[in-house]
Design a protein around this ligand. Sequence first.
Ligand SMILES: Cc1ncc(COP(=O)(O)O)c(C=O)c1O
Length: 328
Amino acid sequence: MNDKKNRVSLGHFPTPLHDLPRLSRALGGPRLLIKRDDLTGLAVGGNKVRKLEFLIADALAQQADTVITAGAVQSNHARQTAAAAARCGLRCILVLSPMAPAAVTGNLLLDRLFGAHVRWTGDRDSYELMQEVAAEERAAGRKPYLIPVGGSNAIGASGYYWAMDEAVRQSLESGLRIDHMVVASGSGGTQAGLIVGAHALHVQTRILGVSVSRTAADLYESILALAQLTASHLNLRLTIDPSSVLVEDRYLGKGYGVLGEAEREAIHLLARYEGVLLDPVYTGRAMAGLIDLIRRGEFSREETILFWHTGGTPALYAYAHELLPASS
Ligand SMILES: Cc1ncc(COP(=O)(O)O)c(C=O)c1O
């Protein structure tokens, strides 16, 4: 099995893996490590770069000249897709929801800088609008390539199979035994890829996805199905153990993208104890979940936990007013 030839190089790998000693001490908890996929290199980094290395390779193999994808107004996936397309000389059309905000900031600003064309959904379904945009492109004589929301199909998720391979190598080189991994889960492709990697490499690490938007039951089904598809895509003969798909949906707060006290605390703790920036939508929420689980005593002090920093920091600027009290 070697999927590496179906890859274009977009990021800088391996990403660093390091300790969070001051945070770990402050929480009186287990050893905490952070895997810095916020430093994947392209366009301020983030997890989608790993997926896009395979998705863009597929687009190029199909001789596409335009990539189309969808996301929310502050989508990190959209921003990284726009940058990857620019880097590879492809046009990029982003179907963003719901409508143009008053201020062009954060990821949306970067989308524009990378030259992406933006179509707003209004109250339309983004999948439908993507199909419509693709039809328009074909009618104009172009060859569009559609990337699903979050880059989460088997091709994209295979990027996180390789990420698991990378993390396991790093842990072996440093003599670390990682008991748990914690990752923010949205469309589920990142977690699905990690699960496939864990199966293929026979590592016992438990992989917990902290949902940012969906119920555990819904996300569990998608991740299990996608992990199995990804394993087949990679020609791995393995069956995904359903009990390896662990999803936590206790930290949804007031819903997707709504910054609450828990995310605010997590962002402040990482910034002030470790000089690490989390994002308001994904890693802030996943870290808030991890902190709560540590405080509840769900991990022993002897265990080692790896937190996947999946990026997203450009969105911090779009949340400036909610991150800081008015007086500061
Ligand atoms: C910063 C960040 N972290 C995590 C995720 C979740 O990844 P996935 O959609 O593969 O579950 C996303 C998805 O957009 C993201 O932007």
